[in-house]
Write a new protein. Structure first.
Length: 406
């Protein structure tokens, strides 16, 4: 005959309380990490993508110019705030343009001087395998490049000429190496700063400290590989600054790197992170209070209770309203005396004096004597607190005497 199967275990929870707590804690931390990553995801993405912007380390990018200034001790930063272009007076701002889509942005900007606008000259394609590299670079059409200046001068034109052996500038004489041909700018409404045969290498707006550099090979990474170009770039930068100690800002907003308002990022950033932490702490405290609550919520009771309990409560309420609690002392003493005598089986023929003597003998040598408690409750109590103290002592004595008899 086969053995009977062991009885099934009790119907308790299959998970221990500690395991459930760990699961909840890990889930909460994972959710918080997800929120933080979602808020800062744009900041964590790499910005080193091939292009004509200051983050690019490609040949046509301007990360080399940034590192040159940094190495020479010039305070330099890359700005992602469009407001700095219009409000940051006294700081040299360098705007590197792309051939398409920037004329409208420039038309809307009210650039605060000093500012240097670098025209495009080259275009290339991003390497799909290595996005930070550029492949198949080629010279832009001059008419396309001229469109970058049209917001400032509708008749502006761009030409490419043979690079001269040397160029005189307000900040020195240089012999730059500018690729196949030097790109120059012609515009009647602009003031010539560095003229060359056939146009201007550098020009400016007549009423503002906004300058235009026609050939970007002076500043881009490929051009700075030539020592003469690097010297030209540093001399130009120092000449454009109002003060030698002024910082330089390389703008990245025109290239789509503008910092956007992110609500998730805002709540984890100063000054709102304090309120966020306070709300999180309140949420955890509410969750903890709900987790450790003892038992189920009490059911709603009747406005007017029924039965013996209601009668007792109402009677106690009437006595309290009449302020007669202190007069209950002799009655409570008599009630406890009878209950104790019945519990220990004392003869009914004993008088109160003999019964008190018997209770004293039962109290032992170290216990509190009944006659002492009786003396305190034989008369009305002095106050409600006095009555409660004496009544508790008598009830404690009663429980010690009747233990084992009840």
């Amino acid at each position: 005959m086969a053995e009977a199967a062991p009885p099934a275990s009790g119907g308790g929870s299959p998970f221990a309380g500690g395991v459930v707590g760990i699961i909840v804690a890990v889930s909460g931390l994972a959710f918080l990490a997800l929120l933080i990553l979602a808020a800062w995801a744009p900041e964590l993405q790499t910005r080193d993508r091939a292009g004509l912007h200051p983050y690019s380390t490609s040949a046509l990018g301007y990360q080399g110019y940034y590192r040159l200034l940094e190495a020479r001790g010039v305070p330099v930063s890359i700005s992602r705030s469009a407001q700095r272009l219009e409000n940051d007076y006294g700081t040299l701002k360098v705007l590197t343009l792309t051939p398409y889509g920037m004329d409208e942005r420039l038309d809307e900007l009210d650039l605060a001087g000093p500012a240097l606008v670098v025209l495009p000259k080259w275009q290339g394609y991003r390497n799909p395998d290595k996005p930070e590299w550029q492949v198949e670079t080629f010279l832009l059409n001059t008419e396309v490049v001229a469109g970058s200046v049209r917001p400032f001068d509708s008749d502006a034109g761009v030409w490419r000429l043979r690079t001269p052996a040397s160029i005189k500038t307000p900040f020195g004489k240089f012999s730059p190496v500018l690729g196949d041909d030097m790109q120059v700018l012609r515009a009647d409404s602009l003031v010539s700063i560095v003229p060359v045969a056939g146009g201007d290498l550098i020009a400016k707006l007549p009423d503002r400290d906004v300058y235009f550099l026609a050939d970007p090979d002076i500043l881009n990474t490929a051009g700075l590989a030539e020592l003469e170009n690097a010297s030209f770039a540093m001399a130009l930068t120092n000449w454009l600054k109002w003060d030698p100690e002024d910082p330089v800002i390389l703008d990245a907003t025109l290239h789509g790197f503008e910092r956007s308002e992110n609500l998730l990022q805002l709540i984890f950033d100063v000054p709102f992170v304090g309120a966020t932490l306070a709300a999180l702490a309140a949420f955890l405290m509410i969750g903890w209070a709900g987790a450790v609550r003892f038992g189920a919520p009490l059911p709603e009771e009747r406005a007017f209770a029924l039965g013996k309990q209601a009668l007792t409560d109402n009677t106690a309420g009437l006595i309290a309203m009449a302020r007669r609690e202190t007069r209950l002392a002799p009655g409570y003493l008599s009630l406890v005396r009878r209950a104790t005598a019945k519990a220990v089986g004392a003869p009914r023929t004993l008088s109160e004096t003999d019964l008190a003597a018997m209770f004293d003998r039962m109290s032992g040598e170290e216990g509190e004597k009944f006659t002492q408690l009786e003396a305190g409750l034989a008369q009305p109590a002095a106050s409600r607190e006095d009555l409660m103290d004496k009544a508790r002592r008598l009830w404690r004595w009663h429980k010690e005497i009747t233990h084992g008899h009840s």
